[in-house]
Design a protein around this ligand. Structure first.
Ligand SMILES: Cc1ncc(C[n+]2csc(CCOP(=O)(O)OP(=O)(O)O)c2C)c(N)n1
Length: 328
């Protein structure tokens, strides 16, 4: 319901919006595949967590956001930042730890942030983004009515105390925040059944007085519920939690062979391909042709290859610049 008591209707996406979501998913897919490759070849320091198989969530949710809305994200946050519109070259340079990356090469993958696109930051602390994004929602309500904050996290993060504290406060103060839980069934090497007593994170949200809904890993289903949730939040009706049941295709981090998961279970997870499904739907609906899909794929591959070249040829940070950007 809107502030005036009318039910908020979510318009179906038009052809351009459908194609834009498809392109976002395709870009995320090609970026993550490439990052797996170059990380495995030893080109990138630190740890890397990819979101292959989960591309529908960032694409569908960010389709409702504008540049000055905020997002908070996680260690598995590349897709969220890309969907929010960050520059691919500066993104790649940051992941490579280069001086011209978004955070001068100091954050890498797990703390990548870009204030210009409202990306409050990835976070190596599980659940750490939840209170930060809730705080940004308070700032929206206080200083910029009409703006929203969206917080992405995994089901593992919902067992952190900060999750309950944040949702309680958001419900109490009707903050314009949408919590998006990508429930891929695994927290590192632990299946959900071992660390949670409830099937749905949505149950936890409702206990805090936050409305919640569970959807499958389907880009249009996510787009519809996210649209309603974000419109409600914008009009002052308070927080919402959207839980997407999805699958983690690969190990927790790049290099984790996930021996703790049977081959059949992995194959089963990988059969849930949100991008391939969406592509077939778009072709069936005559929004896309197989030829156009190939062209777009080539375009994304070239853009990613060019960003990798940009990052490789970018300068390393210098020790003497360490204090640059700090408040002293
Ligand atoms: C406070 C904290 N505890 C533990 C860890 C180690 N850790 C890193 S990722 C992770 C699991 C996160 O699972 P989930 O929130 O479901 O996200 P996913 O990895 O599935 O995307 C854990 C326990 C951490 N980084 N921070």
């Amino acid at each position: 319901m809107s502030a005036r008591g009318q039910k908020v209707q979510q318009a179906r996406p038009n052809k351009n919006q459908l194609l834009a979501m498809y392109e976002t998913m395709l870009l995320i897919r090609r970026v993550e595949e490439t990052l797996m490759e170059v990380f495995s070849a030893g080109e990138i320091p630190g740890f890397l967590h990819v979101c292959l198989g989960q591309e529908a969530v960032p694409a569908a949710v960010a389709a409702h956001l504008s540049q000055d809305d905020y997002i908070g994200t996680t260690h598995r946050g590349h897709g969220h930042a890309l969907a929010k519109g960050v520059d691919l070259n500066l993104f790649m340079a940051e992941i490579y730890g280069r001086a011209n990356g978004y955070c001068l090469g100091r954050s890498g993958s797990m703390h990548l942030a870009d204030a210009g696109h409202g990306v409050l930051g990835a976070n190596g602390i599980v659940g750490g983004g939840i209170p930060i994004t809730t705080g940004a929602a308070f700032a929206c309500a206080y200083k910029h009515p009409g703006r929203v904050a969206v917080c992405f996290f995994g089901e593992g993060a919902s067992s952190q105390g900060a999750f309950y504290e944040s949702l309680n406060m958001a419900a109490l103060w009707k903050l314009p925040v949408v919590y998006v839980c990508e429930n891929n069934g695994w927290a590192e090497f632990t299946p959900q059944s071992v660390h949670m007593t409830v099937a749905d994170v949505a149950q936890r949200a409702r206990a805090a007085g936050v409305e919640a809904e569970v959807v499958s890993n389907d880009v249009l289903a996510i787009h519809q519920v996210a649209g309603r949730a974000i419109a409600r939040a914008r009009s002052g009706e308070g927080p919402f939690l959207l839980e997407v049941k999805c699958n983690r295709w690969h190990g927790h981090f790049v290099g984790d062979a996930q021996k703790y998961r049977g081959k059949e279970a992995v194959a089963q997870a990988m059969s849930d391909d949100c991008l391939a499904r969406f592509e077939q739907e778009l072709i069936g609906a005559k929004v896309l042709t197989a030829k156009k899909a190939k062209e777009l794929d080539q375009e994304k591959r070239e853009a990613v290859a060019q960003a990798v070249e940009f990052a490789r040829s970018s300068p390393m940070p210098q020790p003497g610049d360490l204090a640059e950007g700090l408040y002293l």
